[in-house]
Design a protein around this ligand. Structure first.
Ligand code: SAM
Length: 424
């Protein structure tokens, strides 16, 4: 329970509690290295809808621009504030409001000082006043140093620069349609654009539940790159298809909508709950199995298998910028061991001639290009005609979406996909 002073302040200073929540989230992510999803509900508890929106926008603004915000802060102090100082968190949030959300200068200061909780009011007041007086501008977005080095090493300087640009942008909202023949209609109804049949792109983040078609299950939210793996299985109408790591079900819905008889397998009960709710909303069906794919055995082989494997998820950094600040270093060794084990299982469950697509939403080559090919299967290279305009397969026939893909049109998540076939 907030004390009487805090309650009075909250009533007198609009937006203060939203900023308090943003400071708490920025601290949890950038200092403690905790993921946003796990903190969001408790940090936003008790806030009204507009304060919740403001807290999210401020936190997102900080995470998308952290190196730039810190360089402004450090340029305006004589001695750098410690990286974990509360004053730094408060300044980051205040500057995100001032420079990204057009908070008026007096409000930026008035909402920053009460959040210091005994911290250096004069210093924070001085930093904000200096930056306001100098009409400071946010530097172009940049990746945190560790990621700039990592992705320059993996993909080259141009792709690392494209990743920084994507990080600075609010990603579009991509929808996958249940009925791809209605693409033009849904673009017109929702005011979106399309990069391929079945795909509709809306600008920025959206209250999707309020949009036409959501309640009827005419579409679901799915990044364009995430919609490619299921498409690479080809025409699955009437086929018995295993979606091996299925929850929360974006690809299960695609396969079911394309007429496949889908078995949706996942180890996570809570995630399967979301999958079932998604199936219910869209009126699509699948046999849902909660099991560890390392132990489960199917009754009969499949015509096709989609293995959307658990991975580092680094390809989703535009939508989840907190990923770039998580405490634990990527345990790529454990992840690639799991991916290889799942691939090896899948390879034994195909009918002769059956297809397997392996996919990860990762920008780590170890989880994609570096995987050992599944024993007993043959490569089934993807052809250029199978991909939407603007994306070509790699020379060996795998598909890689890099940070620069569709850059001028809002980008796409980083994914790797490869396709295999069981000997006939
Ligand atoms: C990338 S997500 C899948 C996303 C999903 N395909 C979609 O499109 O909505 C990876 C999934 O693998 C599941 N998973 C992890 N280890 C597993 C295992 N040993 N067996 C089955 N599923 C597993 C996780 O619970 C998670 O839901």
């Amino acid at each position: 329970m907030p004390g009487p002073d805090r309650a009075r302040q909250a009533a007198e200073v609009p937006g203060l509690e939203a900023r308090r929540a943003a400071v708490r989230l920025v601290h949890a992510i950038t200092v403690l290295g905790r993921p946003l999803d796990g903190q969001l509900e408790s940090a936003l508890k008790g806030l009204g809808p507009s304060d919740r929106g403001l807290a999210r926008a401020l936190t997102g603004g900080v995470l998308r621009n952290l190196p730039g915000l810190d360089s402004l802060i450090d340029g305006a102090t004589r001695l750098p504030l410690p990286t974990d100082a509360r004053a730094r968190m408060v300044l980051r949030v205040a500057l995100a409001g001032l420079l990204l959300l057009e908070t008026p200068p007096h409000a930026a200061i008035a909402t920053a000082l009460p959040l210091l909780e005994g911290g250096p009011r004069r210093l924070v007041h001085g930093v904000l006043s200096t930056l306001i007086r100098e009409r400071a501008k946010l530097p172009p977005p940049s990746l945190p140093g560790k990621w700039a080095a990592r992705w320059t090493d993996s993909w080259g300087a141009d792709e690392a620069a494209a990743a920084a640009e994507r990080l600075g942008e609010i990603p579009p909202t991509d929808l996958c349609l249940r009925d791809a023949t209605a693409t033009a209609d849904w673009c017109a109804r929702l005011g979106g654009s399309s990069l391929m049949p079945g795909h509709v792109r809306l600008e920025g983040s959206q209250q999707v539940e309020a949009l036409p078609g959501f309640a009827d299950g005419a579409w679901w939210v799915q990044d364009i790159a995430a919609s490619l793996p299921a498409r690479l299985l080809g025409d699955v109408a009437g086929l018995r298809v295993l979606d091996m790591c299925a929850a929360p079900g974006g690809k299960t819905m695609q396969l079911a909508a394309a007429g496949a008889e889908v078995t949706a397998l996942d180890i996570s009960g809570p995630r399967l709950k979301r999958l079932k709710a998604n199936l219910q909303r869209t009126g699509l069906t699948a046999a849902v199995v909660e099991a560890d794919a390392k132990q489960w055995e199917p009754d009969a082989p499949f015509d096709a298998i989609l293995l959307d494997a658990p991975c580092s998820a680094t390809g989703t950094f535009r939508r989840h910028p907190d990923l770039l600040y998580l405490k634990d270093d990527l345990d790529l060794g454990a992840l690639t061991a799991l991916q290889q084990a799942l691939l090896a299982r899948a390879a034994t469950w195909l009918k002769p001639g059956g297809r397997l697509v392996y996919a990860v939403c990762s920008l780590e080559p170890a989880e994609g290009e570096g995987e050992t090919p599944p024993a007993g299967l043959l490569p089934d290279p993807v052809g250029p005609g199978e991909l939407p305009a603007g994306l070509l397969p790699e020379s060996g026939g795998a598909v890689r979406t890099r940070p620069s893909v569709w850059g001028a049109k809002g980008g796409a998540d980083g994914f790797f996909m490869s396709r295999w076939r069981a000997p006939a």
